[in-house]
Design a binder for this molecule. Structure first.
Ligand SMILES: [Zn+2]
Length: 182
């Protein structure tokens, strides 16, 4: 008798810049990170029912504007700041490529979602992604998850690129409320 691995854990996949922290372009230093005020409380509530992941496109690396070490340093700082408030980020996934590289991992390609599902037994169809770019919604939809578009960061600027079917909410706070109401 073989036991099939069950994918039973639900997750929220969080975009980084413009969703958890202010979008200030290419971040090189931990001191450049500014969290949105509502990020901590939103994640504290979400983690009671969901595993939390960060998925970020950092095309500045491919452009030569910043190094992967700088990106990793900023990500480690972010994870530590969240941990100081009792929030556990299970994993941070980063695509360092630019769109013309045609890599496998850039959002909205669901590469990192499949990775997380395989490694952490995530039930993707009952999971969520939150982000301030239309590709964050498509990213979720590509695996049957639910994507939520937030108007922080570049959200307001890209709103005209939405197709009209997306769930649009003001910020991570309302996104957390909505998810926890499901
Ligand atoms: Zn990539």
């Amino acid at each position: 008798m073989s036991l099939r691995k069950q994918h039973t854990r639900r997750a929220v996949f969080l975009d980084r810049d413009g969703t958890l922290i202010e979008d200030r372009g290419n971040l090189r230093l931990p001191t450049e990170v500014i969290f949105f005020e509502s990020t901590f409380e939103a994640l504290q509530r979400l983690q009671e029912r969901f595993l939390l992941f960060i998925v970020t496109n950092q095309m500045g690396v491919a452009d030569g504007a910043l190094t992967i070490e700088e990106v990793n340093q900023v990500n480690e700082h972010l994870v530590k700041q969240l941990a100081n408030r009792g929030i556990q980020i299970v994993d941070v996934y980063c695509c360092p490529h630019k769109r013309s590289d045609d890599c496998e991992c850039i959002k909205p390609k669901p590469y990192f979602l499949h990775n997380a599902a395989a490694q952490y037994s995530i039930d993707l169809k009952n999971s969520y992604a939150i982000g301030d770019h239309p590709h964050d919604v498509v990213f979720a939809e590509n695996v049957g998850a639910i994507g939520i578009y937030v108007l922080t960061g570049h959200g307001a600027k890209h709103q005209n690129e939405l197709n009209g079917d997306e769930l649009v909410l003001p910020s991570i706070a309302e996104a957390a409320d909505w998810i926890l109401d499901q």
